[in-house]
Design a protein around this ligand. Structure first.
Ligand code: MN
Length: 393
């Protein structure tokens, strides 16, 4: 038995950066091509195949075309929805693909009043696969809490558990505040734990996080080194799917003016050979005057493109002005952390233990956009339906 495992593909990411948006699709195609040429029996994708539940048309067309390659080669594809492509109303493109026979969603928890029951999907190779989807704000933790483990653990054969959650004990240092599931909550006696959500690769404790297949933000891009896992007879092999090299240039902005920083970065870029590379320009420190936004990124970008870079991105997160310093406290929090803070502040969690989770779900459901081609009516219906589910109406 041989299978491929990867995660966090985020098809449709980089929506405002066309050259990188198509790269995410290319990374997926490369991962699939490698899996097919390795003659894998099946592919496991542990969540976030898509960046949103209903991606744009071109992403849908490309993903169907690529998944059909697997179908035509007789290679089965097993997925769980992740925090990005999960939808409370089940209106996710994962379901469309499953109905078309192009993949199987192995996360179909059976909910009773008190517990969650999972069922195995048996692959033609004999592997038995099951899992739990990810949800926004790590709300899937409730599933782990109520999971009926005994039957899963007793089941014989080669078993794969697929999930999309951070593990509390194995969180990378810079993500230590990320909501996570304690290791002890995973069902035991599985032969392979296919994990996603944490974009940094890790194999700690035998839990395999392959890492992001294509970086979704600039800081991730700085350490771009994506790979898939090929698993054969219990042996795990890493195969690179890196599409291009990344060059980073950085400068210290302390006590400088925005125009000085700009000139320094441009001069630095002119020393580089960037043929086909992605360039990241970085600056950190506290400006003497003006704001980080006074640094003309357009001019730096142009210099990078002239030296052959196919894309230029900036990371000015470490740069600030005196003015900006005062607001730093709130601006350095992630959207998720801010939402969590608000929910914490306004929910009487002791009286209604589920209130906070519900508040997170409400925020998540309302943070939806009308899709290309979707009518206003259909959009409103979708939001209304998601809200009804979240509120249990
Ligand atoms: Mn992800």
């Amino acid at each position: 038995m041989k299978f491929a495992h990867f995660s966090d593909v985020h098809l449709g990411s980089w929506s405002s950066s066309p050259e990188l948006r198509s790269m995410a699709v290319l990374a997926f195609e490369k991962a699939v091509d490698i899996s097919l040429s390795e003659k894998a029996d099946f592919i496991v994708i542990s969540g976030d195949l898509f960046d949103t539940p209903m991606p744009a048309y071109d992403i849908l067309a490309a993903s169907a075309r690529i998944l059909k390659k697997c179908h035509d080669a007789g290679v089965r594809v097993y997925v769980v929805p992740g925090s990005h492509d999960y939808s409370p109303s089940d209106k996710t493109f994962i379901t469309v693909m499953e109905n078309a026979g192009l993949l199987t969603n192995v996360a179909k928890p059976e909910e009773t009043e008190t517990s969650i029951k999972l069922h195995f999907t048996e692959d033609a190779s004999g592997a038995k696969i099951t899992g739990i989807m990810g949800k926004a704000g790590a709300l899937e933790r409730d599933y782990f809490r109520r999971l009926e483990r005994e039957e899963l653990e007793k089941q014989q054969g080669f078993k794969i558990f697929v999930f999309h959650s951070a593990i509390e004990e194995f969180r990378p240092k810079h993500l230590k505040d990320m909501a996570a599931v304690p290791l002890g909550m995973l069902p035991k006696n599985f032969d392979y734990y296919a994990a996603g959500h944490v974009h940094v690769p890790s194999e700690e404790g035998g839990i395999i996080f392959p890492g992001v297949l294509f970086p979704t933000e600039v800081p991730e891009m700085e350490s771009y080194d994506s790979a898939i896992r090929i698993v054969e007879d219990g042996k795990i092999r890493r195969v690179s799917v890196k599409l291009f090299e990344v060059e980073t240039i950085s400068t210290n902005a302390d006590a400088k003016n925005p125009s000085d920083v700009e000139k320094e970065l441009i001069a630095g870029v002119q020393q580089l050979e960037l043929n086909g590379k992605l360039l990241i320009v970085k600056a950190s420190g506290i400006l003497n005057a003006g704001n980080p936004s006074d640094i003309s990124f357009a001019a730096i970008k142009e210099a990078g493109i002239r030296k052959g870079a196919f894309s230029v991105k900036k990371n000015f997160m470490g740069i600030s002005s005196r003015e900006y310093e005062q607001n730093k406290e709130s601006s350095s929090l992630s959207i998720e952390a801010i939402e969590d803070k608000v929910a914490e502040e306004f929910c009487v969690t002791k009286t209604f233990p589920k209130e906070k989770e519900m508040a997170r779900n409400v925020m998540y459901s309302l943070n939806d956009e009308k899709q290309e081609g979707e009518t206003v009516h259909a959009f409103e219906e979708r939001v209304r339906e998601n809200m009804k589910r979240v509120l249990g109406l």
